[in-house]
Design a protein around this ligand. Structure first.
Ligand code: F6R
Length: 240
């Protein structure tokens, strides 16, 4: 992967936002792969201030993941988060923005349906990624197959603890999620992984320089011909 070390989150946001705008200008119906969590927020923030004058009416998007069994209207469902942080502020067409369906009633075929929708859209042009402290990308926790596709996974205790800050208590964090697989993510044409802070340094080093291993899901990016890793000094501190 190409590693870009930036001064701070704002610089990272600006850099990736410029890349996304160039993509949309060359391809007005570009397909964006959208991550949630804290990491991509500077990108969405930077896009907000730069997007006026860019025609985004045909932009399409696919979120990485969703909790299973959460009410889509819950403020912490990824459907809500994507609507609040991406779709509304950027003025995207909500009909063109997809989030895996975490409803329990249809969960049996939700993964397959999502894969079909991505394929029908012609695949993801630019996939934004964060990385978990345990090395997960999407919600592909350690042990995920590099060939995996969108499916239901059990969240690790670590990830539920990490995400408890978004809920009233850890007991409210769902136990399961539906996530694009590592194989799904690897099919995107450009991967842009962002990470900030010392807490991500080991995961970044493992992803960029570690052995290819299902135990280090982020290491899957080493198999991708066009992966860019945008990090601050702290997140880069364990790179050789
Ligand atoms: C979110 C996602 C996760 C996060 C990761 C890091 O859609 O797929 O892999 O990117 O958990 O989360 P933050 O950015 O909150 O540190």
């Amino acid at each position: 992967a190409e590693v870009v070390i930036v001064e701070n989150k704002d610089a990272a946001g600006a850099l990736v936002a410029e890349e996304i705008i160039a993509l949309i200008e060359s391809r007005p119906d570009a397909v964006l792969g959208l991550a949630t969590g804290s990491t991509p927020l500077p990108v969405y923030q930077a896009l907000r201030t730069r997007i006026s004058g860019v025609d985004v009416s045909r932009v399409r998007g696919f979120a990485l993941d969703e909790y299973v069994g959460i009410d889509p209207a819950h403020p912490q469902s990824y459907r809500s988060v994507i609507t609040r942080e991406v779709v509304e502020p950027l003025g995207l067409d909500p009909q063109r923005i997809h989030v895996p369906n975490g409803a329990e009633a249809t969960i049996q075929h939700a993964g397959e349906d999502y894969e079909a929708a991505i394929t029908e859209a012609g695949g993801v042009d630019l996939q934004i990624l964060g990385i978990g402290t345990d090395g997960h990308i999407g919600f592909n926790e350690p042990g995920s197959s590099f060939a995996s596709i969108t499916r239901v996974k059990t969240l690790t205790e670590q990830t539920r603890e990490d995400n408890a800050r978004f809920f009233d208590s850890i007991d409210d964090v769902p136990m399961h999620c539906i996530t694009q697989g590592l194989g799904t993510i690897l099919r995107a044409r450009h991967l842009v992984l962002l990470a900030f802070g010392e807490g991500k340094a080991q995961a970044v080093a493992d992803a960029v320089e570690g052995p290819l291993s299902a135990i280090l899901p982020g290491s899957a990016i080493q198999l991708h011909p066009h992966a860019t890793v945008v990090v601050d000094e702290a997140a880069a501190s364990k790179l050789k």
